[in-house]
Design a binder for this molecule. Structure first.
Ligand code: HEC
Length: 151
């Protein structure tokens, strides 16, 4: 019995390693092929259009922001970190001293709460998968949940 397990172990480890390898390139692609929540490619395409409408004037086309005025959206902890906080920034705006890579930002960001939950989800999904960012998409339900805690 032991022998059998010892013989099978490397196979199992091999299978795990193989499945991990299969997963990796899939994660590097910003857009999963299929998502049941209407997410994925379509969501990110919509998010890009909305970003151009509502965010680009301050954060710029490539998310680089404007030095000392509007912070970048490139691999910041706000963008890649806790989704609740990120959604909260769009719903409430932000008026704090933000430090990113040694550059300080003190201008307030106006609330984007007039946007629909789906629109905020699309924009954040786009931002989290653009400008070199790689992170999970955001669903409308997640935005709805955060909005409920704010009012
Ligand atoms: C009027 C200019 C303006 C607009 C429009 C704007 N922002 Fe901002 N944003 C700012 C400023 C200024 C800050 C920093 C606020 C502070 O220091 O308290 C900020 C901060 C942020 C942050 C957190 C800090 C960081 O860089 O990671 C995120 C995320 C963000 N904005 C995303 C967005 C998204 C997405 C949109 C579009 C829906 C948007 N912003 C629209 C000016 C703007």
């Amino acid at each position: 019995m032991r022998k059998w397990i010892l013989a099978v172990m490397p196979l199992m480890i091999g299978a795990l390693a193989a499945s991990a390898q299969v997963k990796k390139p899939a994660r590097e692609k910003p857009v999963p092929a299929k998502q049941s929540t209407g997410g994925g490619a379509a969501q990110i395409v919509r998010g890009k259009a909305l970003y151009k409408q509502y965010c680009i004037s301050c954060h710029q086309e490539n998310g680089t922001g404007v030095p000392r005025m509007n912070p970048p959206l490139v691999k910041t902890e706000y963008v890649l970190g806790d989704k609740t906080r990120l959604i909260g920034i769009l719903l409430k705006g932000l008026n704090e001293d933000v430090e990113i890579n040694g550059d300080y930002f003190t201008n307030p960001m106006p609330s984007q709460a007039a946007l629909k939950d789906q629109e905020i989800a699309d924009i954040l999904s786009y931002v989290r998968n653009s400008f070199g960012n790689k992170a999970s998409t955001v669903s409308a339900a997640e935005v709805t949940a955060v909005r409920a805690t704010i009012k």
